[in-house]
Design a protein around this ligand. Structure first.
Ligand SMILES: Nc1nc2c(ncn2[C@@H]2O[C@H](COP(=O)(O)OP(=O)(O)OP(=O)(O)O)[C@@H](O)[C@H]2O)c(=O)[nH]1
Ligand SMILES: [Mg+2]
Ligand SMILES: [Zn+2]
Length: 320
């Protein structure tokens, strides 16, 4: 029998089956090979009500596991859309949204930006415009769960058995939005406060809910977005097109002649901040790849080399 993981407990997985839900363990072999299901996974359940197999994942959102260990941490799977949720007041930060977008593109799911708490902010239009400049066609929805603004736009996604995953910092209103969609205070949310405190996370586990003809997954707020791997080709397409136009294929966008990036910055076609975010992300992704492929030591050495600009001096100039 096929089922779908709706939440994960310590050693048990809550599985939704056609007519019921059950709590099931996984097999010893799955434990041994660290083959752990995540919320959103389709699984095969044995007659003894054990999870014996995870079906191939259509999409998977991952980040780097917390701590020093070089390990991928899958967050949710088989999602069609990922809502990158940010509040319009304190949490709003373009560089952070660029990071989320890069992470989401890697997952295979379609990204959307959800800007919450519109009732608290007077600069909604400016913020939307600034986000549009980096979003390149990614849908942006401005909502206020309190006032009901934008909720119908969100409901439009919840059809045809589609699955939506919500990600974002703690306190931006992810669970409040899901409660509103469910029409019920099912998930515990933070009490109303006068200011946004950066206190404890309210949601502590990932959980999937059926809403209308779709599914929505709540996740605990992320403290930092550590890349496991990232796909910058879509999130920074504008920058990458410019990079491909630099005269030298290994251009560092320093003082090289024919640097398309520098020209774009001079012309005002590219913002310095955006270039900085791009380069930072690229370094992080490269560093992670080095760690995975060549180990910690090599990665650290490469990182230092890049920082010192050694590569620059020794570099052969390669004409395209
Ligand atoms: N003003 C305003 N406050 C809101 C809105 N939506 C949610 N909030 C408040 O924001 C606070 C945090 O909401 P939560 O839904 O718990 O936030 P969360 O993103 O689920 O946080 P974590 O579970 O910690 O990741 C609560 O006090 C909500 O009442 C809104 O539309 N307007
Ligand atoms: Mg929550
Ligand atoms: Zn260049």
């Amino acid at each position: 029998m096929k089922g779908r993981i709706i939440s994960v407990f310590k050693n048990l997985y809550r599985v939704s089956m056609e007519n019921r839900e059950l709590n099931a363990p996984i097999t010893g072999n799955m434990i041994k090979s660290a083959n752990f299901p995540v919320v959103g996974d389709y699984v095969e359940i044995s007659p003894e009500e054990q999870i014996i197999k995870i079906y191939p994942r259509k999409t998977i959102l991952s980040r780097k596991a917390a701590g020093k260990e070089i390990k991928e941490q899958p967050i949710v799977s088989n999602i069609d859309f990922i809502f990158i949720v940010t509040s319009l007041n304190k949490d709003f930060n373009l560089a952070r949204l660029e990071r989320y977008l890069t992470m989401v593109y890697e997952s295979g799911a379609k990204p959307c930006f959800i800007l919450t708490k519109a009732d608290l902010d007077d600069e909604v239009d400016q913020k939307v415009t600034s986000l549009e400049e980096i979003a390149f066609g990614v849908p942006i929805h401005v909502i206020s769960t309190y006032e009901g603004r934008g909720i119908d736009e969100i409901k439009d996604y919840l059809k045809d058995e589609k699955t939506i995953g919500l990600i974002g910092s703690s306190g931006v209103g992810k669970s409040t939005l899901i409660n509103r969609l469910l029409g019920n205070e099912i998930i515990k949310t933070k009490e109303i406060r006068t200011i946004d405190d950066k206190g404890k996370h309210t949601t502590t586990r990932r959980e999937m809910f059926k809403v209308g003809d779709g599914y929505i997954i709540d996740t605990p707020g992320m403290r930092e977005i550590q890349m496991w791997s990232g796909d910058t080709s879509s999130s920074f397409e504008d920058v990458e097109v410019l990079v491909s136009q630099c005269r030298f294929s290994d251009c560092t966008h320093g003082n090289e002649p024919g640097c398309a990036i520098n020209k774009a910055i001079e012309n005002g076609d590219l913002k310095k901040e955006r270039l900085a975010s791009y380069l930072k992300l690229k370094r992080e992704i490269k560093n992670m790849e080095n760690k995975i492929n060549h180990g910690h030591k090599f990665a650290e050495k490469e990182k230092i080399k890049t920082m010192m600009g050694c590569l620059d001096k020794k570099k052969k100039i390669i004409h395209r």
